[in-house]
Design a protein around this ligand. Structure first.
Ligand SMILES: *[C@@H]1O[C@H](CO)[C@@H](O)[C@H](O)[C@H]1NC(C)=O
Ligand SMILES: *[C@@H]1O[C@H](CO)[C@@H](O)[C@H](O)[C@H]1NC(C)=O
Length: 252
C-alpha cells in the first residue's frame, strides 16, 4: 500500500524521466542489467541485476572465503553480523542496476560519493566492531600478488581500532566510493528495498533545472522523507514478523 503511494508520488513528480539503469564497465559487470532468476545472494537485485549469478555463488557461502581473487578471511572469518553488511555492499557494487550513476569518469569500474545513510554506517560499524582487519582502505592497502590475490601488509586489529566511527569507516574502507549524506537524512541509500525510490528521487532532484532550492523542492523532499520513514517502519515490521515466523500482514 505505502509502497504504492511512494511510487505514485514519484510518478507524478517525474512524469517524463526515462529509465536510467546502466552497469559499470569492467569488474565483471554485464553490458546492461537484466532479470536474474538464479541469484544465490543479492536477491534484492533479482528484477534487474548487473551481476551474473556466478559471483553470487561465491557470496552465498558463510563464512565467505573469497570473491573472485579477494580473500575475505585474511584476519579470520567475519562474524555473521558483520558478514551480512559486507555482503550488502558487495551486492550493491556487483549487482545494482543504478550504480553507474556514480561511476568515475576516467575509472569506469570505480564509483565515487554514493550517498549512504549515517544510520546504515552506524549499524554496520556496530555489527563489525569486534571483527578484525589489516587494511584501512580496501582498495589500496592490500599487497596484491601475481595471481591477483590479496595479502595483509599490516597487523590485524579490531575494526573499532581501525575506524573511530561508522561514518569514518564508511568513508574510508572503500576509498572515496561512499559518502555519508549529512545534508539530507532521506536522500541516501541503506542497501534495501527502498533504494530504487530514493535513487529516482535523487536523479529527479539533480535533473530538475531548479538548482537553487525552491520552497516547492523542499516540500517535495519533506513529503518524500515522510513516506520513506513510514515505509521503513513497515519494512521493519515485516522483517520482525518474518523472524517470528508469522505471515506478513501485507506485502508492501
Ligand atoms: C577477477 O579478478 C581479475 C584479476 O584481479 C580481474 O581482472 C577480473 O575483472 C575479476 N572479475 C570479477 C568478476 O570481478
Ligand atoms: C561469470 O559468468 C560470465 C557469463 O557467463 C562470464 O563471462 C564470467 O567470466 C564468469 N566469471 C567468473 C568469475 O567465473
Amino acid at each position: 500500500m505505502l509502497r504504492f503511494s511512494v511510487l505514485l508520488f514519484l510518478a507524478v513528480l517525474m512524469s517524463s524521466t526515462g529509465q536510467r539503469q546502466r552497469c559499470l564497465r569492467g569488474a565483471g559487470h554485464k553490458p546492461r542489467p537484466t532479470q536474474e532468476k538464479y541469484l544465490q545472494e543479492c536477491t534484492l537485485y533479482a528484477k534487474s541485476a548487473c551481476c551474473y549469478p556466478n559471483i553470487t555463488e561465491q557470496l552465498a557461502d558463510s563464512p565467505v572465503v573469497k570473491i573472485n581473487t579477494t580473500f575475505w578471511n585474511r584476519c579470520g572469518n567475519l562474524s555473521p553480523e558483520c558478514e551480512a553488511y559486507m555482503k550488502k555492499i558487495e551486492c550493491f557494487y556487483r549487482c545494482s542496476p543504478y550504480i553507474a550513476y556514480w561511476a568515475r569518469p576516467r575509472q569506469p569500474a570505480a564509483i565515487s560519493s554514493v550517498p549512504i545513510c549515517k544510520r546504515f554506517c552506524d549499524n554496520w560499524y556496530e555489527a563489525c566492531k569486534s571483527d578484525h582487519t589489516c587494511v584501512s582502505n580496501s582498495l589500496t592497502d592490500w599487497k596484491i600478488d601475481e595471481k591477483g590475490e590479496n595479502h595483509c601488509k599490516n597487523d590485524c586489529i579490531p575494526i573499532s581500532e581501525m575506524y573511530a566511527s561508522g561514518t569514518h569507516m564508511c568513508e574510508k574502507m572503500w576509498g572515496a566510493s561512499l559518502k555519508v549524506a549529512y545534508r539530507s537524512p532521506c536522500l541516501c541509500l541503506e542497501m534495501d528495498e527502498m533504494d530504487p525510490e530514493v535513487i529516482k528521487f535523487i536523479q529527479y532532484r539533480s535533473s530538475s533545472s531548479s538548482s537553487s532550492s525552491s520552497s516547492s523542492d523542499n516540500n517535495d523532499e519533506e513529503r518524500f522523507c515522510r513516506l520513506r520513514m513510514q515505509m521503513r517502519r513497515e519494512l521493519e515490521d515485516k522483517y520482525k514478523s518474518l523472524e517470528n515466523n508469522e505471515l506478513p500482514i501485507d506485502d508492501i
